[in-house]
Design a protein around this ligand. Structure first.
Ligand SMILES: [Zn+2]
Length: 355
């Protein structure tokens, strides 16, 4: 993946792309920032830009990889001998000292075929104290044509001496619009799905793409519908009818859907599983928070569900401070009750009468 293909982080991309071109890249870097925002991808983009056989130079002094040459494609497939990925072995609790020693030995040799060896230490906060010590001297002054990238979402777990030897680049959460744009473009989401997934991602592209993203988007749609319908009626029977929506099984793909349908035919509540009700209640909490923002007109506070603004604004008129407080507390108590194994149906019925 080249710099231009990475979502967001314009300033960091430009910084790195210029440093590659001008040969001023610090040899030891820390990429610090939340999970799933593209830190590891950026490390690989850097490795490609450094080793590309046909690099693309931009008008502002930056250099990016072509993405298609032999070097770029081997890096993308994880097959380049000079791009070294180090991570904690699955059966260990830390990146162990022998890995660190191997690394120190390895970087003593010249790169095999690339211009520059790039060592990516993934989840570098899992370096044990002794491994950090073993790497210290190498990080301070890596042999020529070696670049270290320490990727971490918890930079504070790196020792201060390690951090002081490295140039720390901070990655911010991605903006919802950046994520939505990428999902709708390269990943084939519909605009509505892309915006919903982005709004619920907390700025993490991985989370927006990951398992459950569509389920969270659907859960939010259900929660919004429940809030809208309960806002318009105090009639108990009408409200209990709304509760069924909270319990209805989420649409699943393939076999599961058939199974659900069979179970529904047998009269069993297939979808009223605790977890999907909880996901919907969490979505409801997030919507209520936005309603609070809209009713108090708190200046400079962004809506989490910005894409639903047109629906939330009229809904906010039904909610004053007291009603919001009641609704928040009811959602919180419902989630607690679900955790304590209360029947989802009883919880949902109780909740729709409190909203
Ligand atoms: Zn290339």
């Amino acid at each position: 993946m080249s710099f231009r293909e990475i979502v967001g982080h314009r300033r960091l991309k430009r910084l790195l792309a210029r440093a590659v071109r001008s040969g001023t890249l610090p040899p030891s870097l820390v990429f610090a920032g939340p999970e799933g925002v593209g830190k590891r991808q950026m490390a690989y983009a850097l490795a490609q830009a450094l080793n590309c056989l046909a690099p693309v130079d931009g008008a502002e002094g930056e250099r990016d990889a072509c993405g298609t040459c032999a070097s770029c494609s081997r890096i993308a497939r994880g097959l380049h001998p000079d791009v070294v990925l180090v991570r904690r072995p699955e059966d260990k609790s830390a990146i162990v000292i022998s890995q660190a020693r191997d690394l120190v030995r390895q970087v003593g040799y010249r790169p095999f075929e690339g211009r520059c060896r790039v060592v990516v230490i993934d989840d570098a906060d899992e370096l044990g104290g002794d491994s950090q010590d073993a790497l210290l001297k190498t990080l301070e002054e890596p042999p020529a044509r070696n670049v270290f990238v320490l990727v971490t979402s918890r930079p504070n777990l790196l020792s201060t001496t390690v951090r002081s030897r490295c140039c720390v680049l901070r990655f911010a959460p991605l903006a919802a619009a950046e994520i939505a744009g990428a999902l709708a473009g390269a990943h084939g989401f519909s605009d509505a799905d892309a915006q919903a997934a982005a709004a619920l991602s907390g700025g993490s592209f991985a989370r927006a793409m990951g398992a459950g993203a569509r389920e969270r988007a659907q859960a939010r749609a259900v929660a919004a519908a429940v809030l809208m319908e309960t806002a318009q009626t105090t009639d108990v029977r009408a409200r209990l009818a709304v509760s069924a929506a909270l319990l209805k099984s989420a649409a699943r793909k393939g076999k599961d859907t058939d199974k659900d349908r069979d179970r529904e035919k047998e009269g069993k509540s297939a979808g009223a599983d605790r977890e999907s009700v909880a996901v919907r209640l969490n979505a409801m909490g997030s919507l209520l928070r936005d309603l609070a923002v809209l009713t108090t007109r708190a200046p400079g506070t962004a809506l989490v569900n910005l894409d639903l603004r047109a629906d939330l604004e009229p809904l906010a008129r039904h909610y004053d401070r007291d009603r919001l407080a009641r609704a928040f507390s009811a959602v919180g108590r419902s989630l607690g009750a679900l955790e304590r194994n209360a029947s989802p149906k009883i919880v949902a019925d109780w909740l729709v009468l409190q909203l």
